[in-house]
Structure formats: C-alpha cells, structure tokens
Design a protein. Structure first.
Length: 316
C-alpha cells in the first residue's frame, strides 16, 4: 500500500475501528469515516453505498482499502439479532462486486473472530490458520459466513482480502455495557467496587490481545496485503491475530490483582452460555509472521491502560 492509498474504516467508532483510524493517521495515511445508522437496515445500506462512493472519489483513481471493523453482535447474541447484521454486510458486498476495477484497485480487511470460529473445532489447541473452523454459537456462524462471502468475492474479482481471525480483544475504548470483554469488566469492578460475576471455570484459557497492538497488525497487513496475496497466488489471506499467549481466567484475575494491588470482588456462577464457551482457545499463527512482532504489549500494561481509560470515563 502506498502512502497515497485511502482507507475507509467501517465501524470507526468501535473498539478496533477507533484505534485503527488513529494508527493509520499516525502512519500518514488518508482515512475515510462515514457514520452508518446500523439500527435502520435500509438507511445503513444507503450510507454504506455513499461511503464507498466517497472512498472512490477520495482515491482519485488510485488504490483504496476497506477495513470492515463493524459489528454489534457478541457471543451471547441470538440468531435473530445477528441476521440483520449479516444481511447488511452481504448487501454491501454485492454492491462492491458490481463495481469496476475492484480487483485492480481495492483491498478488503475483515475483522473476524478466532474464538467464535474455533469454539467447536475438533483440532487440538493452540488453533492456527490451518485449524478447522466449527462455530458453536450464531455469532461464530455469522463470522464464518462473512469470511466465506468475502473469499468468494475476492477470488471472483482478484481483490486482495485480508481476513483477521482476532483473539479476545480488549483495551481502551471497549464498551462495558456489552456482555463481553473480561479485562474491561475486571477494570470496571476495580474502579466501582462492584462485584464481577464469572460464569465459566477459572481454568478457561483464552488469548488476550490489546487493541492497540491489533490495530498495528491490521495497519501493517493492509500495507502489505497486495504483495502477500501475489506471492501466495491466492487473493485471500487468512491470519490469526493473537498474542500467542494462553492465559487462564484465574491467571488474569491474579494479574489484575498485581496491577491494582487489591483483590477484585468475584462471584462465581453458572449460565447457559457456558455451553458455547470451550475451556481452551489458545491460538498460534503460522502464517505471515512479519505481523506477529506488533503483538508486544504485556498483559499488565494492557490492564493498566484499560483501567486508565475507564477511569477517565468515570464508569459506574
């Protein structure tokens, strides 16, 4: 990607989108952000088409990128809630496929979910790009369908597609009103003194990736995806974006205690959602190793930066 390449970040107000915009701007790239009224199906489709038109106009006949970081769904979301999100995405991809020079000028990044995809995999962890995706929940099924639709478009048009299967993302800017993000909720419990309920065993293993590290990985990937796709003779490049460190919930709680210098108030409980939360989703990437160097933040540093941001927001 040249310095003149324009990138449209879809979902620029979200956890990853906000940090990706900041990283791209720091790297001297031109960025497009367009508000999308996601709650209105028809209005969101129009806004996405308008956003793409602005991207083309700003690129001036040169190369452009789309980074799809949007998505309000979480693992706990029902199939009904996720259906409209998937339809909006599919409709936009069809619009994209109708355009000329998509393969020659464009590249597309999709923020997918490693945990959602590998939750039911029969392969042994740590899971890699070669592991079989087998979602257990509608959220993972949606992410897999989105990957497949983008792959079909990419191979039909030649447009490079960078699919990032992202670990448990956390960090400054996470919405603590959503039922996800254990690190952020630990920080909130510390700041408010409220107890935190945990519904899965403490030996549950996950890979926690700081959002600023992830944004750096995505930026570097977008800058190089055209070359990588050409060398692989396949326009679709799948990459696990993770720290490569498996951390149990018990170890995460202990690390938060060291950072905050006091024990968090934890309440252990049960939930039907535990059935779609496997014990072990450790991750390891075996492709595109040049990106792995950006996942360098320690868990302690990530917890501290998340708590500082929540403190500035004065969460309650």
């Amino acid at each position: 990607m040249t310095a003149a390449t324009v990138t449209w970040v879809v979902g620029a107000g979200g956890l990853l989108g906000r940090q990706l915009v900041r990283r791209l701007l720091d790297r001297g790239h031109e960025v497009v952000t367009v508000p999308v009224p996601w709650q209105d199906h028809e209005a969101s489709a129009v806004a996405l088409q308008d956003g793409f038109a602005e991207l083309l106009a700003r690129s001036g006949g040169g190369e452009w990128n789309i980074a799809w970081c949007a998505g309000a769904g979480v693992v706990a979301s029902s199939a009904e809630v996720l259906k409209e999100e998937g339809e909006t995405y599919s409709r936009f991809l069809r619009h994209l496929g109708d355009q000329q020079d998509v393969g020659a000028r464009g590249a597309f990044f999709l923020a997918s979910s490693a945990g959602g995809l590998y939750a039911g995999s029969s392969d042994h962890p740590p899971f890699t790009e070669n592991s079989e995706p087998r979602p257990l929940a509608p959220y993972g099924q949606l992410k897999l369908a989105m990957e497949q639709e983008l792959s079909e478009l990419s191979r039909a048009t030649g447009m490079p597609a960078f699919i990032g299967r992202i670990a448990n993302l956390y960090g400054p800017g996470q919405n603590v009103n959503k039922p996800q993000g254990l690190v952020s909720h630990l920080c909130k419990a510390h700041l408010t003194g409220q107890p935190l309920s945990i519904y899965v065993p403490l030996d549950t293993l996950r890979d926690y990736l700081l959002v600023t590290d992830c944004a750096a990985m995505v930026t570097a990937g977008l800058e190089d995806v055209r070359r990588v796709a050409r060398s692989a003779a396949d326009p679709v490049v799948v990459k696990v974006l993770a720290s490569g460190r498996g951390t149990s919930i018990g170890a995460l709680i202990a690390e938060s205690r060291r950072v905050f210098r006091r024990r968090p108030r934890i309440v252990l409980g049960s939930s039907p959602l535990a059935s779609v939360q496997p014990r072990d989703i450790r991750l390891r990437s075996v492709r595109w190793p040049e990106l792995d160097c950006y996942a360098r933040s320690t868990l302690a540093a990530g917890i501290a930066s998340t708590a500082r941001e929540l403190g500035r927001q004065r969460v309650s």
